[in-house]
Design a protein around this ligand. Structure first.
Ligand code: ADP
Ligand code: GN1
Ligand code: MG
Length: 361
């Protein structure tokens, strides 16, 4: 952190018995730290390159967590565990903007939970699906038009493709020739980018309030019972499609390996994980899904994986300016796993459809 730790911490109304934040977690976007001993807190520097309007991000989060908190209380739950609790600054703001423009926020640390960067059994997917499903259920009556669109066109796959094509044309980092094969793989699937958008446009897939970043390390589970505790990383809660949340969760959770695995022989799409997630998701949301949503569940996993793959590839072509990288070619490695999964899902699409049919439709 560029600022001294004390400069940052003393702005927050937290009960701190320690002043040494330690880097924490594996998110690609914000910088996350844990601080405190008896009571622990998450301290995050908001990535303002990605979130251009941190004020709007925090307004969304305050409103969404307040809504969730009421729902959780009404159901007899503990809102300090079942949703994020923002810690305000001493001036009563939901984040602190430093004189140099850096933005920091704090949350209560949700103790006795675990989140997985890689899945090791189907049950984890089942409980994650239920937790994401419950999350969407609780936001069912949230006034969507009051939410700011913090990253415009976040899952607009046609626009993501346009940005990808622009990255190819601009060739900012001079890496285009090296990735000709990957570019061809992406270009060959352009027609897929319209499918969900067309369904939203013709009304067969409704817009809902969705999480939009349902990667498995954004859901906290109870390590003893295995059950879901809380959905975190609420930066991208915006109007979207249920298919985005379903597809993105399985993009990450259905992967047999790590998102950045370099040995591609280890990467394939796990139908057993897919089935476990479908089971949990249908249990929570089955009665709400439209016919077209159900039909598109398997395709949405391929679409979200493809979208993420072209985002990683575009970032590689642009010189790694969006996703945090930890080694050379990190974004290219991530792109490779996503494209390997896309190809595998194309082979397994009929089996994926049969699994969905087994549970609904
Ligand atoms: P990013 O947007 O960079 O992914 P996240 O908000 O997902 O940032 O935080 C990164 C990681 O920090 C999470 O995957 C999780 O492990 C941990 N984390 C975030 N918030 C909390 C919290 N309130 N309690 C416990 N752990 C948290
Ligand atoms: C980012 O913030 P994090 O690490 O949970 C990204 C997602 C990508 C994901 C790929 C705001 O998620 O859209 O799917 O990386 N978040 C943002 O791992 O762009
Ligand atoms: Mg995250």
């Amino acid at each position: 952190m560029e600022l001294t730790v004390n400069e940052i911490l003393h702005h927050f109304a937290a009960q701190l018995d320690d002043d040494q934040p330690v880097p924490y977690g594996n998110g690609h976007i914000n910088s996350t730290f844990v601080v405190g001993k008896k009571t622990r807190y998450i301290l995050q520097k908001i990535n303002t390159n990605v979130f251009r309007d941190p004020d709007a991000v925090m307004r969304n989060i305050v409103a969404v967590t307040a809504h969730l908190s009421e729902k959780i209380k009404a159901a007899g739950g503990d809102p300090t565990r079942a949703t994020l609790t923002p810690i305000y600054t001493k001036e009563g703001e939901s984040y602190w903007k430093a004189p140099n423009g850096d933005c920091y926020r704090m949350y209560l640390f949700i103790e006795d939970t675990i989140c997985y960067d890689q899945v090791d059994n189907a049950e984890q997917l089942y409980y994650a699906a239920r937790e994401f499903g419950k999350f969407q259920n609780m936001l069912d009556d949230f006034p969507a038009d009051t939410l700011a669109e913090v990253i415009p066109n976040f899952h607009n796959t046609k626009d993501r493709f346009r940005q990808f094509r622009e990255a190819v044309e601009n060739n900012l980092a001079g890496r285009r020739d090296e990735v000709a094969e990957e570019i061809a793989f992406a270009m060959a699937r352009e027609k897929d980018t319209a499918v969900v958008l067309d369904a939203i446009a013709d009304g067969s897939v409704p817009l809902r309030v969705t999480h939009n970043d349902t990667k498995l390390n954004n859901v906290m589970l109870d390590p003893k019972t295995g059950e879901g505790v809380c959905v975190i990383d609420l930066d991208t809660v915006m109007p979207g499609s249920l298919l985005y949340d379903f597809g993105d969760a399985l993009r990450f959770g259905g992967n047999s390996g790590a998102e950045d695995e370099t040995d591609l022989s280890k990467i394939y799409f796990r139908l057993d994980y897919f089935e476990a997630f479908v089971r949990g998701f249908v249990q929570e949301l089955g009665s709400k899904m439209t016919k077209r949503e159900i039909e598109l569940l398997p395709f949405s996993v391929k679409l979200m994986t493809y979208e993420c793959g072209i985002r990683f590839l575009a970032d590689y072509l642009n010189g790694d300016t969006y996703f945090r990288i930890h080694r050379e070619k990190h974004n290219l490695d991530r792109c490779h796993t996503q494209f390997k999964l896309v190809a595998d899902m194309e082979e397994k699409m009929a089996e994926m459809q049969a699994i969905v049919k087994k549970y609904i439709g």
